[in-house]
Structures are given as structure tokens and as C-alpha cells.
Write a protein that binds this ligand. Structure first.
Ligand code: ATP
Length: 561
């Protein structure tokens, strides 16, 4: 019960900013339900007046009925337009906020979620919550107020029938209690299955090349089908739960309807009721009982909304990256010190151990070590994506917790990290204010301008996901230009020239040495040729950092310092 209250509070918090619009929707929905009762009364009057030959009164009742119909048409249109407006604004804002929250989550925790799962929560689950608030809740209010209005009217016409019609209330409450819990459990499982299925689908689409070249298409289809079937099975199961509840309610409704019909027919035969009152009985009993059937259908949606809310709330529970206080980019970095830094992803499995070293301003460091030794991890620690388990990383021998060096670093990660869009757009990620001339200069420094200038659309050439349309080496050079554009004092290249030929790599490295202002640079590489440009070489071996002697051509770059 406490969990349910937490979820309801959370949903209420989401709805609060739209309370005025929601209130208008609720009021209009309430008036619409009153219109339903008004129509019953007007049609009863119309029938009774017509039977007794009072044509003028019948005409007035007819006009009254017409007025209600028109009001209903107008209000339904207004409710629909307002609902769409509120839904769109609410879902956009929720997604925006969630996205922002995710950007602030600790990197370790963020990485526990598959991107497909995140997408499902951001799209399906938020969509479910919003439609629950904007559509289902007003419907419940409409149904509830409709029941009250019809009950009072029926009470006036025939108290016995009113009480009888209410017999379904305790049944509905018990049923919703029992079925609600079960439904929510299955629904959460179904949503998890949906996330799994979407994640797999997304990954297959992303890595179609791998699937095709390994002739894995049929197997992938089979796996996709398995996930789809599991999702279907769970959705069918949750649907069965809600349908059984609905069927029980419908059965109850028809039994009571027939009893009321028989009761009314008997009274009509006895002459103790008019034909108009009889039709009103039938309609009013329907007005009370139909909402209960409606509730049987709407309540599962409420539980589904609660299940979605629970999934979205999970993201709010993730720990925030407390290293989001970015260091002022204006600070002059004289040195960066690693002081007895140790790190492990999993307890008892250290990746880096007791690393103590220093980089001075303007130095070019070559970072080497066998694959999986922890080079990228060291860089991620430097960028405050992770925190050392022990020790600290400081600048200018000054250490403060919760300060991130990230703003000081231009990073060229491993792999193809271009986004779909124009080359110019990709460069603007490095520096949003860079002019076209500055972008061209950066491309020249990264030895990329020659090929970009030959493209028919030049800087405006659209490239696909992960640089599709460019060669691996071309994509790498654009990623390097993007990092050059960010005028931060530290440049980190993580195997960023691995796809370049020796001559191109040499030109890029010459540019790095001559970059103005001079950058402190860490180059992760497996290529000995690159080490010629480095002043010092760090090797990571079994978690330890060893400073290596330089034998290679004693530094092209040392003159540059
Ligand atoms: N998110 C993670 N969770 C758990 N272990 C991880 C994670 N990322 C990396 N590791 C492990 O940490 C170790 C170091 O990984 P890292 O990527 O830093 O190596 P690397 O030296 O950069 O390798 P490469 O040269 O192949 O790029 C590896 O054994 C890897 O399996």
C-alpha cells in the first residue's frame, strides 16, 4: 500500500503543473456526464408528453434534448483538443526532464541500462503515464460523477431500484483489489519483456552489417521471434486478467438489467408507472451500471500507468554524478597529479592500482599497455566519469572533491563517434560558436579539409549514423577536428588515428605539436610510430603505471616544448 501511495504522489507531482488545464478537462468531462442524465430526463419527458398528447411541452422537451446534444458535441470537441495539447506538453516536458536527469546520472549506473530499455521507458512508459493522467483519470471522474447523478435521479424515481443498481459497487471494489495487484505484476513483466525485445531489435538494426557478414540473419529472426512471443504471452496474460474482470462485471450488469427490466414491466402492467418513467428506469440503471463496467476496463489502464510510473521512477532513484561541477575553463593548468589512484569496476577486481604520476603543462604522453590493461579506464577517471576508489586526481596540486576536469579536456574516443547530420553540425559539438573559417582551420589541422572541400556539399555534407558515407579514417579525422575546435588545454586521443595511413597520421601529429595555444596531450596507442612524438611514455601493466624509458628517435616533439 505504501508503494502505491508513493506512486500516486509521484503521478500527482507530474500532473501539478497542468492542474488548470486538467481541471477544465475534468469539469467538462463531468458536465458531459451530466448531459447524459439530462438526455435521459428530456427523452422521458418527451415520450410522456407525446403519449399524453401535450405537443407543445413535447416540442419544448425535444428542443431541450437538441440543446443538450449540441452542447455535448461542442464540449467533446473542446475536451479532445485540450487533451491533445496537455498530453503533448506534458510528455515533452517529462521526456526533456528525464533526459536531463539521465545526463547527470553516474556513468557506472547509466551503463547498467540498455539504450533500448531507456528508449522504451522514455517513449512507451511516459506515453502511458500521460494518457493515464489526461485521458483515463477524467474518464474515471466522468464515470464516477455519472454514477452519482444517475443514482440521485433514480433514487427520486424509484429508491428500490437505486439501491439494487448499487449492488455492483462492493463487487467492483473487491474485484479491483484482487485483480489490480495481479494485473500490475504481470503488466510490469510485460513492459520488461517489451524493453528486452526493443533493445534486441535496436541492436540488430544497428549491427546489421555484423549479422549479414556472419550470416546470422535467420538466427536473429528466431531470437527476435522468441522475444516477441514472450512479450505477446505476457501482454495476453495481462489482457486476460482485465478481460475476465470486465466479463464478470458485464455478466453482473446484464443480470441486474434484466431484473430491472422485469420489475419495470411488472409495474407498467400494474399501471403504477408511466411508459416514460419505465424507459427512464432502464436508461438510468444503465447509467449507473455501465460506469462500473467502464471502470473494469479503465482500472487496468490505471494499473498499467502505475507500472509505467514505477519504471520511470527508477531513473530518478539513480545516483547523480556528483562530479558535475565543471572546472572553470579559464584556469591555467600547470600540472595534473595522480596521487595513489586505485580503481575497480567490481569489488575485489582492481583494474588500476596505486597510480602516482604527474603530467606537466604542454607535455605529450604516450599511454601504452596490452589490451584490457586499463588505459581507457585511466582516461575516464581523468574525465571524472568514474571516481577513484582510493587516491585522488588534482590539478596544480590543488584538490577539491566533486570538481570535474571534463571541461578541460578535448576527447577523441575509440571507434566512430560521429552523429548523423552535416559535417558542420558534428564540428559544432566541439565548439557551438565556431565560425565556418574556424571549422575549416580545424579540418585543415586534422588533415581533413582536403577531402571535405572536394565533397559536393562541403561542410554541409550529410553523413549517416556513426559516420556512414565516410571512410573510417575520414571519420576519425573529423572527430579529431571536432576535438581541436574545443579550445581546452588537454587533448586526449584514444586510438584516434588507428585507421590513418602513416603519412596522414604524421601530418595530424605535426598539427597537434603545433596547436596554439599548446595543449597537454595524452595519446593512447598500440602503434610505436606515434610514440616518437611523445615526451614521456606511460605503460600500464597489471594495474600499475610504469614510466618507460624512451629509446625511439628521442622526441620529435621535445623541441616544441
Ligand atoms: N564498465 C565496465 N564494467 C566492468 N568492467 C569493465 C568496464 N569497462 C572496462 N572494464 C574492464 O576493465 C579493464 C580495463 O578496460 P579498459 O577499457 O580500460 O582497457 P584498455 O587498456 O583501454 O583496453 P584496449 O586497449 O583494448 O582499449 C578490462 O579488463 C575490462 O574488461
Amino acid at each position: 500500500m505504501r508503494k502505491i501511495i508513493v506512486i500516486i504522489n509521484w503521478i500527482a507531482r507530474q500532473a501539478r503543473p497542468y492542474i488548470k488545464s486538467l481541471f477544465i478537462i475534468f469539469i467538462m468531462s463531468f458536465l458531459l456526464s451530466l448531459c447524459g442524465v439530462g438526455m435521459v430526463i428530456a427523452s422521458k419527458e418527451l415520450i410522456d408528453f407525446a403519449i399524453s398528447g401535450m405537443l407543445n411541452q413535447a416540442l419544448i422537451s425535444g428542443l431541450f434534448l437538441l440543446g443538450i446534444v449540441l452542447i455535448q458535441v461542442f464540449m467533446k470537441a473542446a475536451v479532445s483538443m485540450l487533451s491533445v495539447r496537455v498530453s503533448e506538453t506534458m510528455s515533452n516536458n517529462m521526456r526533456e526532464r528525464l533526459f536531463l536527469q539521465l545526463t547527470e546520472v553516474k556513468w557506472t549506473e547509466y551503463n547498467q541500462y540498455h539504450s533500448g530499455d531507456i528508449m522504451t521507458r522514455m517513449t512507451n512508459d511516459i506515453g502511458g503515464i500521460v494518457s493515464g493522467i489526461v485521458e483515463d483519470l477524467p474518464e474515471i471522474i466522468t464515470l464516477g460523477s455519472g454514477v452519482c447523478a444517475a443514482f440521485i435521479t433514480l433514487l427520486i424515481y424509484d429508491p428500490f431500484l437505486a439501491i439494487f443498481a448499487l449492488l455492483l459497487v462492493p463487487v467492483a471494489i473487491l474485484l479491483s483489489q484482487f485483480i489490480g495487484k495481479r494485473y500490475m505484476k504481470i503488466n510490469i513483466k510485460a513492459k520488461e519483456a517489451e524493453s528486452k525485445y526493443r533493445s534486441y531489435l535496436q541492436e540488430c538494426i544497428e549491427h546489421m552489417l555484423v549479422l549479414k557478414t556472419f550470416c546470422h540473419e535467420k538466427r536473429s529472426c528466431r531470437r527476435l521471434k522468441e522475444l516477441q512471443d514472450e512479450k505477446k504471452r505476457l501482454y495476453l496474460k495481462s489482457n486476460l486478467t482485465s478481460v475476465s474482470a470486465g466479463s464478470m462485471m458485464t455478466g453482473g450488469y446484464w443480470v441486474s438489467y434484466l431484473i430491472v427490466f422485469g420489475w419495470g414491466a411488472m409495474r407498467l402492467a400494474e399501471g403504477t408507472t408511466s411508459f416514460g418513467t419505465f424507459t427512464a428506469f432502464i436508461q438510468l440503471v444503465g447509467q449507473i451500471q455501465q460506469p462500473f463496467m467502464g471502470l473494469a476496463q479503465t482500472l487496468p489502464q490505471m494499473f498499467s500507468m502505475a507500472a509505467s510510473a514505477k519504471r520511470v521512477m527508477k531513473f530518478e532513484e539513480l545516483s547523480k554524478d556528483d562530479n558535475n561541477n565543471l572546472l572553470d575553463i579559464g584556469i591555467r593548468i600547470r600540472n595534473i597529479t595522480f596521487d595513489d589512484v586505485s580503481f575497480e569496476y567490481k569489488e575485489g577486481n582492481p583494474v588500476l592500482r596505486n597510480i602516482t604520476t604527474e603530467i606537466n603543462q604542454g607535455e605529450i604522453i604516450g599511454l601504452i599497455g596490452a589490451s584490457g590493461e586499463g588505459k581507457t579506464t585511466l582516461i575516464h577517471l581523468l574525465m571524472s566519469l568514474y571516481k577513484p576508489n582510493e587516491g585522488s586526481i588534482s590539478i596544480n596540486h590543488w584538490y577539491k572533491t566533486n570538481i570535474s576536469l571534463r571541461s578541460m579536456i578535448s576527447y577523441v574516443p575509440q571507434g566512430n563517434t560521429l552523429l548523423s547530420g552535416s559535417i558542420s553540425y558534428n564540428l559544432s559539438i566541439g565548439c557551438p560558436d565556431a565560425t565556418t573559417d574556424e571549422q575549416i582551420t580545424a579540418l585543415k589541422e586534422a588533415d581533413a579539409w582536403e577531402f571535405v572541400s572536394k565533397l559536393p556539399m562541403g561542410l554541409d555534407t550529410i553523413i549517416g549514423e556513426r559516420g556512414h558515407g565516410l571512410s573510417e579514417g575520414q571519420s576519425q579525422r573529423i572527430a579529431i577536428a571536432r576535438a581541436f575546435l574545443r579550445k581546452s588545454p588537454i587533448l586526449v586521443l584514444d586510438e584516434a588515428t588507428s585507421a590513418l595511413d602513416v603519412d596522414t597520421e604524421q601530418r595530424v601529429m605535426d598539427s597537434i605539436i603545433n596547436l596554439q595555444p599548446r595543449r597537454t596531450c595524452i595519446i593512447i596507442t598500440h602503434r610505436p610510430s606515434l610514440l616518437e612524438y611523445c615526451h614521456r611514455i606511460w605503460k600500464i601493466n597489471e594495474g600499475k603505471l610504469i614510466e618507460q624509458e624512451k629509446h625511439i628517435n628521442e622526441v620529435v616533439a621535445s623541441e616544441a616544448i
